[in-house]
Design a protein around this ligand. Structure first.
Ligand SMILES: [Zn+2]
Length: 456
């Protein structure tokens, strides 16, 4: 093959934050010629608009980044082997492998070499956006179709792309959203039609359990909903235990009469939506940054301590923010900034803690506490700076000195012969900011050292 110069370019479609703290999606071009780059960017933009129109993605849009990765194909379209053609020379060698609506790339039944398909996806993603969490291959062909890559519900790699034809119209525009449920949230299909060879597994949205307290989504089932739940429209509005899931008509159960994991165009059910929100928080901390940097701070009375958090907030619904000092919530501090006067803590070692939680009603079960995050600073608060402003010797060899520093608290004078064992001998309990002191104590012989210690 001639070493054709292939245009490749990564275009940010929507960047909401650092790739290290977002769910990163990338849409790859398949079957678009070099001249169709503009068309690809429009199609990829539409695809992401459809994606973000679905809940819970619309509420958590700010938790995502989206990019388009253009790579030119020699010809536009895709292969249609089941109908005897047409065949197109495209970058990832996609084909409508089955029934003319299942699109795959090698390795597949037509070409066993991953280097002709999935390997190219892996290489490009590794090169351009190694932080990608969801990879979508957008096939420039008007025949509806797609697939969720190869492999079963377990062992998926986030380098295996969701493949979708250019399906701008419902329900096919929903394929990417449905497939994201598999890839991103570990959901399984809730279909009941037979799919020979498919081995069902326990999943967040499919179970064999019929005992109420063993159903994975038990938290969503009202006590007066029968279990199993009759498979009819009368129960279409509630979460229950509906027989039929994972290509099994009997013996396996799903949470809702209908759901996007069963029917394109339907919303995700409560249980699937919960899993997606939990998957988002598995990737995204509820903040991008906390300040000050570092976990150990030194502060002196008279300074102001300012703590700050850059929250990653859902589009609808605020995060719950709590600030605590030494385990006690600071009254009235539910915003992203906490200003503290170290004097209010007093001298010594203190803890300042930030707690952020997403109180969304969409998540009822969160065993790993993914929707919560905490950050703790250790704060060492010193006393005010005291200075000897004058030192001298009086008649009879008695030392005198003047001590100055901010008023408040008390000051204790200590003395030592060896700078290691200190004896307090005089306390100024109402520290006014200045102390002119002349030592009257009998000399102990040898060297003598004095120090002043401030106390709150
Ligand atoms: Zn569902």
């Amino acid at each position: 093959m001639a070493a054709a110069l292939r245009a490749q370019v990564l275009v940010p479609l929507e960047v909401n934050g650092p790739v290290t703290n977002r769910v990163n999606m990338v849409v790859l071009a398949e079957g678009y010629t070099a001249a169709q780059q503009g068309q690809f960017l429009r199609d990829a933009t539409n695809l992401m608009a459809n994606f973000f129109a679905a809940e819970p993605y619309s509420a958590y849009r700010g938790h995502f980044n989206a990019y388009a990765l253009f790579v030119a194909s020699a010809e536009s379209g895709s292969d249609h082997p089941t109908t005897g053609g047409p065949y197109r020379n495209t970058y990832f060698n996609s084909a409508y492998e089955f029934y003319d609506y299942v699109i795959t790339i090698p390795p597949n039944g037509l070409d066993p070499d991953p280097a002709h398909g999935v390997g190219k996806v892996e290489q490009l993603v590794e090169q351009w956006l190694p932080e990608a969490d969801i990879v979508v291959l957008l096939v420039n062909d008007i025949q509806p179709g797609g697939s969720s890559g190869v492999g079963g519900p377990t062992g998926r790699s986030n380098r295996l792309p969701i493949i979708t034809a250019l399906n701008p119209f419902p329900p096919y525009s929903d394929i990417v959203v449905h497939e994201s449920g598999h890839f991103f949230a570990g959901l399984v299909d809730e279909y009941t039609n037979a799919y020979p060879g498919y081995v069902p597994v326990e999943a967040p949205n499919a179970t064999r359990q019929t005992q109420r307290d063993r159903i994975p989504w038990n938290a969503w089932i009202e006590p007066d909903t029968p279990v199993p739940t009759p498979n009819d429209w009368q129960w279409a509005d509630v979460v229950g235990l509906f027989e039929g899931a994972q290509y099994q008509a009997t013996g396996w159960y799903r949470p809702r009469f209908d759901c996007k994991m069963r029917t394109l165009g339907m919303p995700f059910c409560e249980v699937c939506r919960e899993q997606i929100v939990r998957a988002i928080y598995d990737k995204v901390r509820p903040w991008d940054d906390v300040r000050p940097a570092g976990e150990l701070l030194h502060a002196n009375a008279g300074q102001t301590l300012r703590f700050e958090v850059d929250l990653v907030e859902p589009v609808s619904g605020a995060l719950a923010v709590t600030w605590l000092t030494n385990g006690v919530p600071v009254a009235g501090s539910s915003g992203p900034v906490l200003v503290l006067d170290p004097a209010s803590l007093g001298a010594g070692r203190h803890q300042v803690e930030l707690r952020v939680a997403d109180p969304t009603p969409w998540v009822r079960t969160d065993p790993e506490q993914r929707l919560r995050a905490t950050w703790t600073w250790e704060v060492l608060v010193g006393g005010p700076v005291l200075r000897w402003t004058a030192v001298g010797g009086a008649a009879g060899g008695r030392p005198w000195f003047t001590l100055e520093g901010p008023a408040g608290g008390s000051v204790v004078l200590e003395r030592s012969a060896d700078l290691s064992a200190w004896q307090p001998f005089l306390t100024n309990t109402a520290w006014s900011g200045r102390w002119d002191y002349t030592n009257d104590l009998p000399e102990q012989g040898g060297m003598e050292f004095f120090r002043a210690v401030w106390q709150p």
